[in-house]
Design a protein around this ligand. Structure first.
Ligand code: NAP
Length: 282
């Protein structure tokens, strides 16, 4: 029986992956903030006869201290973790700061993913074919850049720019992992599911919400179909330490988006920011 930790496992793609793997006989730990969504997942797991293999952990991953404690707790409870799916995300229409002083998209989409992989690496390396699946925006829209002088986007925040900065940062997190751990048994997969019919419209106000919902119904992939390539990757991890996919199409990880110098620069900055004295200093 494999153990999967799925952040954002209570909704959208993460929830569909959780239910698929529970039905396959795996153990799933789903992380999210909403107790109601957690209860709903547990109820569905029980209905599948997998209640004893499903755990919901309520944690706010936009907190770096919360993320570090979650990793400690998971390591203690699950010394062997086969699969880590990084799927927690929320589109932030307006700029918000966490209690630690980080812009919320950056905290959730970049810092927590970096910290979770670091914090769970030992437990993942105990598994026979461990894999990290980072659900992100790799190889998709050619937009977005790291605002090295203003990573917290204090100047002229735009929700799309924050999301795209996060997407570019996640490409670099994958590159940094491969550079820092070339001999690790962990396969790090950056995976862009493209347009999937999940709760994408929820953050928007009307009438935009209605338009996004309609576009999703018309053009987005249904979530049950969207998870198929992901479950195949989990079942049969790629050979290379780092790989990237846009749905089923390979993305070249030697491209400029994965620049090793930028990757080192980013992880050095993240380590500075998350060191106890670094918080709120940017
Ligand atoms: N859907 C798409 O078209 C699409 C396209 C490209 C990439 N992706 C990527 O795929 C992943 C999943 O997307 P989705 O559309 O399936 O997402 P979704 O349906 O919006 O679900 C997001 C999940 O993240 C959790 N979450 C949000 N904020 C959190 C926080 N602070 N701490 C812990 N958990 C938190 C939510 O739980 P709570 O509400 O309980 O917090 C929920 O389980 C994301 O990483 C996204 O970037 C999606």
């Amino acid at each position: 029986m494999r153990t999967l930790v799925i952040t954002g496992g209570t909704d959208g793609i993460g929830r569909a992956l959780a239910l698929h793997h529970l039905a396959e006989g795996d153990r799933v730990v789903a992380v999210g903030t909403s107790q109601a969504k957690g209860r709903s997942l547990l109820a569905e797991a029980a209905r599948l006869g997998a209640g004893d293999r499903c755990t919901f952990v309520a944690a706010d991953l936009s907190s770096t201290t919360g993320t570090v404690s979650l990793a400690e707790q998971l390591r203690r409870q699950h010394p062997v973790i086969d699969v880590l799916v990084l799927g927690a995300f929320r589109y932030q229409l307006t700029r918000q700061e966490t209690g630690e002083g980080f812009e919320r998209t950056f905290a959730l989409y970049v810092l927590s993913r970096f910290l979770l992989v670091e914090g769970l690496r030992d437990a993942l390396e105990q598994a026979s074919r461990p894999i990290v699946v980072n659900l992100c925006g790799t190889g998709g829209i050619r937009a977005g850049e790291l605002h090295w002088d203003d990573l917290q986007l204090r100047e002229g925040y735009r929700a799309f720019a924050a999301t795209m900065q996060g997407a570019r940062a996640n490409d670099l997190l994958g590159a940094a992992f491969a550079a820092e751990h070339p001999d690790s048994p962990i396969r790090y997969v950056l995976y862009n599911p493209m347009f999937v019919d999940t709760g994408l419209a929820d953050p928007f106000r009307q009438p935009v919400r209605g338009v996004v919902k309609l576009l999703a119904k018309l053009f987005a992939t249904p979530v049950e179909r969207a998870i198929r390539p992901i479950t195949e990757l989990i079942g049969s991890p790629p050979e290379a330490v780092l790989s990237a996919y846009r749905v089923r199409r390979r993305v070249d990880v030697a491209g400029p988006a994965f620049d090793p110098v930028d990757a080192r620069r980013l992880t050095a900055r993240l380590r500075e920011l998350t060191a106890p004295s670094g918080r709120m200093s940017e």
